[in-house]
Design a protein around this ligand. Structure first.
Ligand SMILES: Cc1ncc(C[n+]2csc(CCOP(=O)(O)OP(=O)(O)O)c2C)c(N)n1
Ligand SMILES: [Mg+2]
Length: 322
């Protein structure tokens, strides 16, 4: 059984998925701060509603292409937390046998074409998968996740144009957290309405509160249904916030404290928890989910840390298929 993959507006499922991502990322943060992870690590804490709301609208046969802040996407698609953590640590038990790390995770078993170190790099992968689905007559949808930093990449516009012309079953999802590295999005992004970037190609383009998993899920369902019905691409902009810096260790001196505090009041997990309690779900149910997730992540941590590093002799394996 995958850890998280399941469609439907199942509130405990959505809650568990977001708590798993937050708890997992806290473990990764501690490991990175302790110097246990090779390379830079980009955490998605704060962006869980966007990760989970979009992926929950997908079927098992669909695919996603993620970006450099992609652990949440992997988990939201059902990645094994142990394999994901081992990969981030560069261990042989990892999803890529410890040879790819945080920014090059692949998980084909769960329809994940991979996280990606190139800003916007997942966009043509998802559009290409959608072209393959359409050409083969397969009833499948591809999602391209990218940050606001990719809005100004030429390949987004090329892929949107092609997807619109060929009515490809692809959903373009911009996770707009207001910053690209240490620069505010408005300082580098022309135009007042980001939706216009999709609208100019005739692509239905929507902006959604990316801190509200139910709103994201509703938008995702519409976009995915449209793609599956052969009606072509959609563009969804999830306005969200990353709690951490660009990478672990970034002190975020470029952010205003008041702005950060205001976003914390909109925390996607607390918000869904509040909604669940209003609908009559007891605090005990939420506490039980929290405990089960804590246990799952602790187990992942202990197995992943015990996993050995790959031997140099393995380096030349898995380079060519066949
Ligand atoms: C093509 C390319 N240009 C620049 C970089 C360096 N870089 C890495 S992450 C990043 C910022 C990305 O910002 P955004 O897309 O908003 O994603 P976020 O980090 O906010 O999630 C940049 C410029 C890169 N990896 N790839
Ligand atoms: Mg950004």
């Amino acid at each position: 059984m995958p850890d998280m993959l399941q469609a439907g507006p199942d509130l405990p499922f959505l809650y568990r998925s977001m708590v798993l991502i937050r708890t997992f990322e806290e473990s990764v943060r501690r490991l990175a701060a302790a110097g246990a992870i090779p390379g830079l690590v980009h955490l998605c804490s704060g962006q869980e509603a966007s990760n989970v709301g979009i992926c929950a609208a997908l079927e098992t046969r669909d695919v996603i292409a993620s970006h450099h802040r992609g652990h949440g996407h992997c988990l939201a698609r059902g990645a094994d937390p142990t394999g994901l953590l081992a990969e981030i640590l560069g261990r042989v038990n990892g999803l890529g046998l410890g040879r790819s790390g945080s920014m090059h995770v692949i998980d084909p078993e769960h329809g994940n074409l991979g996280t990606n170190g190139i800003v916007g790099g997942g966009i043509p992968l998802a559009a290409g998968a959608a072209l393959a689905f359409r050409t083969r007559g397969e009833d499948r949808v591809a999602v391209a996740f990218f940050g606001d930093g990719a809005l100004n990449q030429g390949l987004l516009h090329e892929c949107m144009n092609m997807a619109a012309i060929w009515e490809l079953p692809v959903v373009f999802v911009c996770e707009n957290n207001g910053y690209g590295e240490f620069t505010a999005m408005e300082d580098v992004t022309a135009g007042s309405d980001l939706r216009s970037r999709g609208e100019v190609f005739g692509i239905p383009s929507r902006m959604v509160d990316g801190m509200d998993v139910l709103k994201v899920f509703a938008e995702a369902q519409n976009a995915v249904a449209r793609a599956r019905a052969g009606e072509g691409p959609s563009f969804v902009i999830c306005n969200t916030w990353r709690y951490g810096g660009h990478h672990v260790g970034d002190k975020q001196t470029y952010k205003e404290t008041a702005e950060a505090e205001a976003w914390k009041l909109r925390d996607p997990i607390l918000r869904l928890a509040g909604h669940m309690i209003e609908t009559g779900i007891s605090r005990e149910v939420l506490d039980a989910i929290d405990s089960a997730v804590n246990e799952r992540v602790a187990q992942a941590l202990s197995v992943a840390r015990a996993s050995p590093e790959p031997e140099p002799v393995l380096l030349e394996g898995h380079v060519y298929a066949g």
